[in-house]
Design a protein around this ligand. Structure first.
Ligand SMILES: [Zn+2]
Length: 229
């Protein structure tokens, strides 16, 4: 074998191992934290710091028909934690197996899984923020946005700053009005009651996955920066 060919081969092998190493290094620690007839919740933790400066929870898959957030948020969690050694990201991956394609039943089942398993786990954690991922139809709000349905001070304060930083819309709710929303009662309020800020994060369902990834990465970046300030 020629000398040059040998050198190229060695370089190729080194690069291959480096990429493989990065891939393994960036992989999260997975643990099933709950399972019942409706489906399961897997907790995937990213980050290697023993003393992270910011800890963010990201819920994906609660509404099983929403494909954008379900696909991009686990990737964003992994890539962001890889490039930001000071962060710990906990991605709660909800997998609805009972009627996942039914609009109403599927949603209710996902919310029930989050209520039963994610809320309990968040209460044990010390997360600075939980982002609950969604996709929305064109008429349900404009573009990329964040909402803080519980309207607690800590979530409102952070959402105001973060959405301004990255040009997202921010939808506040009139908290004095009663709500019919099951997810506010079963998911958002109980998480806030654990002393954790909550963002309901909405991606337009008509947008492409590349842009959805980029904008979601922006949201996590801005949240991290504000929480780290
Ligand atoms: Zn949703």
């Amino acid at each position: 074998m020629g000398k040059i060919l040998k050198i190229i081969l060695v370089i190729f092998i080194v690069i291959l191992f480096a990429v493989l190493g990065l891939f393994i290094y960036s992989e999260g620690h997975s643990e099933v934290i709950g399972e019942n007839d409706l489906g399961s919740v897997t907790k995937v933790t990213y980050g290697h710091s023993s003393n992270p400066s910011v800890e963010i929870g990201i819920v994906s898959g609660m509404h099983s028909r929403e494909l954008n957030h379900k696909f991009v948020l686990p990737l964003v969690s992994r890539v962001f934690a890889f490039f930001n050694p000071d962060v710990r990201i906990v991605n709660y991956v909800v997998n609805v197996t009972d009627h996942p394609e039914d609009f109403y039943i599927g949603r209710a089942n996902g919310e029930s899984l989050v209520h039963d398993y994610v809320v309990k786990d968040v209460a044990k954690e010390d997360l600075d923020l939980v982002i609950i991922g969604h996709d929305h139809e064109p008429t349900y709000g404009e573009d990329y946005y964040v909402a803080t349905p519980t309207m607690d001070n800590a979530s409102v304060k952070l959402a105001s700053k973060v959405t301004k930083d990255i040009g997202f819309n921010y939808y506040k709710r009139n908290a004095s009005q009663p709500t019919q929303s099951t997810s506010i009662a079963n998911v958002d309020n109980p998480i806030v009651e654990t002393g954790t800020r909550v963002f309901v994060y909405e991606i337009p369902e008509v947008d492409g996955k590349v842009n959805a990834f980029k904008r979601s990465y922006d949201l996590v970046t801005a949240s991290f920066n504000r929480l780290n300030a």
